[in-house]
Ligand binder design. Structure first.
Ligand code: UDP
Length: 481
């Protein structure tokens, strides 16, 4: 790599909002260090990020798109009706391989191959391209080191073999905190476990082993012991997050198009007392059945706290809307509750001073966004690694209150059940928002974490330095390839 050529990184995310969003933030973070960044995306995703990238260009950052068609777009994934679709979804993601390979071939002919591929953990085929073109490859994890290290130790020691049923708790071995899981809660063991799924994860892991290093959307001050633990399992590792804090210029435009006018929700929030509002959102994929949504609504109403409640378009069923109308729910909650049907500008809302708590499904991006905004959280995990994140928020960071879900939600409509009653919601919201001495401690810790997060991405902070280190590492590595 000639010293005058800026390093060129090609970023390959999985086509799902919770992967595209941190990848886009990472693109900005890398471009801010003078790198050329190419983001590979399906055309239907690329249009969602044009505003954000226009902003980047205004700041003279070199970020470009490589459009890679797939047979299944992000829209479909946002409405995943069933976990069974997962293998098909990953097959569809593999369709990006060919356009990327063609582009690399052209780049090779032109003598302008990129210096590094940063691949989503869930796209193992990028290893073939790394080998074929002699380009170093880094794997990007959209989960925490806590999740990575706990699941590694569970895989190695198999503590679940010593319990009788799927609902018996077992301790995660060799970790500094007392972390309990049941088999039912773990993505590869419980009711979602299948040979097909185990096979898919196996491919992801072997691609990670062959990679030149690993990037994690986390920061060193938040989970030091888990970072040290997982670092031993991989060639090299850098924590460069929270990536959401790099997206300062266009917080309203993040992921899908917001379903609310910026001024409308800001004036609503401005009318509320500091730290008085609870924000309720279940991420980009998780679905709730109409009966569960009704229980949640009644719980929020009886909690007495002002709230912003995001209901996905796909969840706005006729059954729910009829219930809202019959109960005159919107009139009943009056000015106290704001319901957004569709997509919310989450990061912008969370950073508003009126927000005092976050009821979350515990996706990793949402968890980090809550931490970066200094918010205590109510945890309502649904599936995948969300039970890990719940344990992390409650048992490690000690900034959360569990709503009390013990098992993953069933995604098939006929199996959907009410797992959380209105009384559970009311109790959790009261505990989080009022909470007495314990509540104050949670809030204080959450504020401290927010300050640590901010420092980590500032000049001289741990994540800031880690980005420099990983760029240097790639420069050195490129000379060896
Ligand atoms: N998100 C958003 N508005 C919404 C719903 C989600 O901006 O109405 C964003 C949220 O800020 C986060 C991402 O979508 O960045 C969801 O990712 P997460 O890992 O939390 O959950 P997942 O979607 O994977 O379940």
């Amino acid at each position: 790599m000639a010293s005058s050529t800026p390093p060129h990184f090609v970023l390959v995310p999985l086509m799902s909002q919770s992967h595209l969003i941190p990848f886009t933030d990472m693109a900005k973070a890398l471009a801010q260090r003078g790198l050329i960044v190419t983001l590979v995306m399906a055309p239907e995703n690329a249009t969602q990020f044009t505003t954000l990238l226009d902003e980047a260009k205004k700041s003279r950052l070199i970020i470009q798109f490589l459009e890679a068609k797939s047979t299944m777009g992000s829209e479909k994934n946002n409405r995943l009706p069933s976990q069974d679709l997962t293998p098909q979804f990953f097959d569809a993601s593999n369709m990006m391989q060919e356009p990327l390979e063609n582009w690399l071939q052209e780049s090779e002919k032109a003598g302008s191959l990129p210096h590094c591929i940063v691949s989503d953990f869930c796209l193992p085929w990028t290893s073939d391209l790394s080998r074929k073109f002699g380009i170093p490859k880094l794997v990007f994890h959209t989960v925490s080191c806590f999740t990575l290290f706990c699941s590694h130790n569970i895989d190695v020691h198999k503590p679940y073999d010593r319990v009788e049923s799927d609902s018996d708790p077992f301790l995660v071995p060799d970790v500094p905190d007392r972390i309990l899981f049941t088999k039912a809660q773990l993505p590869t063991l419980g009711s979602f476990g299948s040979d097909q799924w185990t096979d898919i994860i196996g491919k992801f892991k072997s691609a990670e082993k062959s990679a030149d290093g690993v990037i994690v959307n986390s920061f060193e001050e938040m989970e030091p012991a888990y970072i040290v633990g997982y670092k031993k399992q991989v060639k090299s590792m850098w924590c460069i997050g929270p990536l959401c804090l790099y997206n300062k210029t266009a917080p309203f435009h993040r992921g899908n198009k917001a379903s609310i006018d910026e001024h409308e929700f800001l004036s609503w929030l401005n009318s509320k007392k500091e730290k008085s509002v609870i924000y309720v959102c279940f991420g980009s994929i998780s679905r709730l059945c109409p009966k569960q949504l009704m229980e949640l609504g009644l719980g929020l109403e009886s909690s007495g706290s002002p709230f912003i409640w995001i209901i996905k378009k796909a969840d706005c069923s006729p059954e729910l809307e009829n219930w809202f109308a019959k109960e005159r729910f919107v009139e009943r909650i009056e000015e106290r509750g704001l319901i957004i049907r569709g997509w919310a500008p989450q990061v912008l809302i969370l950073s508003h001073p009126a927000i005092g708590g976050f009821l979350t499904h515990c996706g990793w991006n949402s968890t980090l966004e809550g931490v970066s905004s200094g918010l205590p959280m109510i945890t309502w995990p649904m599936f995948a690694e969300q039970f890990y994140n719940e344990n992390f928020i409650v048992e490690v960071l000690k900034i959360g209150v569990k709503v009390g879900v013990e098992v993953p939600m069933q995604l098939e409509e006929e199996k959907a059940a009410v797992l959380v009653k209105r009384g559970d919601v009311e109790k959790a919201v009261k505990e989080l928002m009022e909470g007495g001495e314990e509540g104050e401690k949670r809030r204080k810790r959450a504020t401290e974490l927010r300050e640590m997060a901010k420092k980590a991405v500032e000049e001289g902070g741990s994540s800031f330095l880690n980005i420099m280190l990983l760029i240097e590492y790639i420069k050195q590595l490129k000379n060896k390839y």
